[in-house]
Design a protein around this ligand. Structure first.
Ligand code: BF8
Length: 659
């Protein structure tokens, strides 16, 4: 049976470019997703496959069937899921490791172009890890912190240091069931070992290993990545950002950075501002150099430097299809191999930079933090040299403004001011019912569903129901593209209580918290909410839900798992990688809820995602004995024009204004 046609995107910029791709017969992820059928045996509805040894691969297509070694359906499903989680944790954490090495090189004065931009954060993070700061030189503290971070990757025993920053009750949960990670690399290796032929064959036990590995990501590798990025490049605070393919310029050299590690992109940001290079661009007939990002790298440089984002995951091929990109510079993760094939129709040069990633047909210029600025300049110079080769350009004139960069530190400040930094006002707004609860909408695009459609349906419904939304990764770029991060401009779309809060504090209804590794910021926020008072004393008490409605990567599974093990109910969209195994579906659902207070579910229908999210938030509110949510209770302030009150009889004016 032919596959039902998927509408590719709700984004007019994407549709504009895809029309051209169709005309030219250029294949994209959208067309390939339409033309290919997911392997029914991999982990789908029709069965499951084990390829962990070469007696097989074994296909299990019905309950009761076993592999050649005797492995059951649930063992195989659990192994596959555990390996995917380990893959995601490895990717995030290796990103954190590279940042730790850069920090070490900075401390030794060996990292050209880098410096400590946020000394206050350096001191705060050092103190968290028990590193003495008083009377010591910044370089000494930096070196100790970098060495501490590096040591946690290879640590064999004990506990990761960030574990002690979780709410005390949560730490006890983890210790009681023995999932506290010992070392970041160790937990990834542990999963690869225990899922080898002839090892762990108890689905529940395999997945407890995966839970531990995921914690090593969220409360380890990712948290290190976020904190070190802030120390090196500055802790984000709200600024002005722009989104979508319309940020590309017709008369300037366009350079796109795509991937994840800010070590590279921050140096490209510096290089494009070099007056000599700008002059060089002019000598080639361009008006200047325009830098934009794609995927998480764009979140990193937008929230710190205000560099615009050309879009999320499914925009990477589309940016090249505009014909306006001189160079797309990539590092690690979420980079499609098809980029070079699409680029072969245009003048765009794809430049790989990581020692870990090469793509056939791309130019490789290896990045090295010791000579970072020189390398960044060389890359920008190549892009300028490519400008005269540009042909016809078709840039969709679609952009949206947004406010990026709500770090945990800024949230603290915005809620309490400089002298009374606190999460208390947020907790009180939730307790009173102005904010019904909080949802984190995170994760990818997936061409198996209409681009951005599920993110936006879920986000807009939750906002109408007074649920505050925070967002990271490609989900954040989706929310930004449709105006939900535009300060007060998006407030006509939200419920009355939430609107009051947004107007009072001066925030958009969806808060941009950064890239995918920055989901660790959400853990920090939840920890502070749990310890502030008024919403219980553990993350699992908070009326909050995690959502990844268009997920596709193993990293999304790792994030979802560490959130669940931290006590959060997480709903992922698209479809379940374990849907063929009721036993594993039960383990990550019911069993994990009993153990951790959080559970992982996969739900395809956006309205059902919304329904379950709200149901969970209301259940948590009831457990905390908070007043039931009432959509009519709040909203008679700020947003009502004063004229409305003046026209009322005096008595009614008083009643409406003062209750
Ligand atoms: O790490 S959200 S598509 S870019 S995996 Fe990838 Fe998914 Fe985007 Fe960032 Ni995260």
């Amino acid at each position: 049976m032919p596959k039902a046609k998927i509408t590719p995107s709700i984004d007019p910029a994407a549709c504009y470019v895809l029309d051209y791709a169709e005309l030219m017969g250029i294949s994209t992820a959208f067309t390939r997703a339409q033309d290919s059928k997911p392997c029914p045996i991999g982990s789908g509805q029709s069965g499951i496959c084990c390829k962990n040894c070469f007696m097989g691969p074994c296909r299990i297509t019905k309950d009761g069937q076993v592999g050649i070694c005797g492995a059951t359906l649930e063992t195989i499903a659990a192994r596959n899921l555990a390996r995917a989680i380990a893959g995601g944790a490895a990717a995030h954490s290796d990103h954190g490791r590279d940042l730790a090495f850069t920090l070490q090189a900075v401390a030794k004065g060996e990292a050209q172009g880098y410096e400590i931009r946020d000394e206050a954060k350096l001191l705060a993070v050092a103190a968290k890890h028990g590193i003495a700061t008083k009377g010591r030189k910044i370089n000494e503290i930096t070196l100790d912190l970098a060495n501490k971070a590096i040591s946690e990757f290879g640590q064999q025993r004990g506990e990761l240091s960030y574990i002690s920053t979780a709410p005390p009750k949560r730490q006890k949960v983890w210790r009681d069931v023995r999932v506290v990670p010992r070392g970041i690399d160790r937990e990834v290796v542990d999963i690869l070992h225990r899922t080898h032929i002839g090892d762990d064959q108890d689905a529940s036990h395999i997945l407890m290993g995966a839970a531990r590995t995921a914690l090593a990501d969220g409360w380890g590798g990712s948290m290190w990545a976020t904190d070190i990025s802030d120390i090196l490049f500055g802790t984000p605070s709200p600024g002005v950002g722009q989104m979508n393919l319309g940020v590309l310029k017709t008369d300037e050299v366009n350079v796109i950075v795509h991937g994840h590690e800010p070590t590279l992109s921050e140096m490209i940001v510096a290089a494009v501002q070099d007056p000599d290079l700008i002059e060089y661009a002019r000598s080639k007939g361009a008006q200047g150099i325009n830098l934009a990002g794609i995927c998480c790298t764009s979140n990193e440089i937008m929230m710190r430097q205000g560099i615009p984002s050309a879009g999320n995951f499914l925009h990477q091929e589309l940016a090249i299809l505009t014909g306006a990109v001189e160079a797309m510079v990539v590092d690690v993760q979420c980079i499609m191999q098809s980029l070079t094939a699409v680029a072969s129709h245009f003048h765009t040069e794809i430049i790989t930079t990581s020692p870990k990633v090469k793509i056939a047909g791309a130019t490789h210029i290896e990045f090295d933090e010791h000579h970072a600025l020189e390398i960044a300049r060389e890359i920008v110079r190549r892009a300028i040299d490519n400008y005269p080769n540009r042909g016809e350009v078709r840039i969709p004139q679609v952009t949206e403004n947004m406010v990026p960069g709500f770090s945990h530190e800024y949230l603290n400040y915005m809620l309490g001011g400089y002298y009374r930094q606190s999460f208390r006002p947020l907790n009180e707004a939730i307790a009173a019912g102005r904010i019904r609860g909080v949802a984190a909408d995170v994760g990818c695009n997936n061409p198996g569903v209409t681009q951005d459609a599920v993110h936006m349906e879920v986000i807009s419904e939750l906002l109408k129901n007074d649920v505050l939304v925070v967002s990271t990764g490609c989900g954040a770029i989706a929310a930004g593209k449709y105006g939900y991060m535009r300060g007060e401009a998006g407030l006509d779309k939200v419920g009355p209580g939430l609107r009051e809060i947004c107007e009072t504090i001066g925030i958009p209804p969806v808060l941009h918290l950064g890239s995918c590794v920055d989901n660790s910021r959400i853990l920090t926020v939840l920890t502070q909410m749990a310890t502030e008072g008024g919403l219980g004393d553990d993350i699992s008490d908070i009326p909050a839900v995690g959502l990844a409605p268009e997920w596709m990567s193993e990293k999304a599974l790792a994030i979802a798992t560490y959130a669940v093990v931290s006590g959060v109910y997480v709903i992922m969209g698209v479809r379940s990688p374990v849907e063929f195994s009721d036993a594993v579906t039960d383990i990550i659902g019911k069993e994990w809820e009993e153990k951790f207070g959080g559970k992982l579910e996969f739900v395809t229908d956006p309205q059902e995602i919304v329904r379950r999210t709200i149901e969970h938030i209301d259940k948590k509110r009831a457990a905390l004995k908070l007043p039931p949510y009432d959509p009519n209770r709040f909203g008679a302030s700020g947003d009502v024009p004063l004229q409305y009150y003046f026209e009322l009889p005096l008595e009614q004016q008083m009643a409406e204004l003062y209750g």
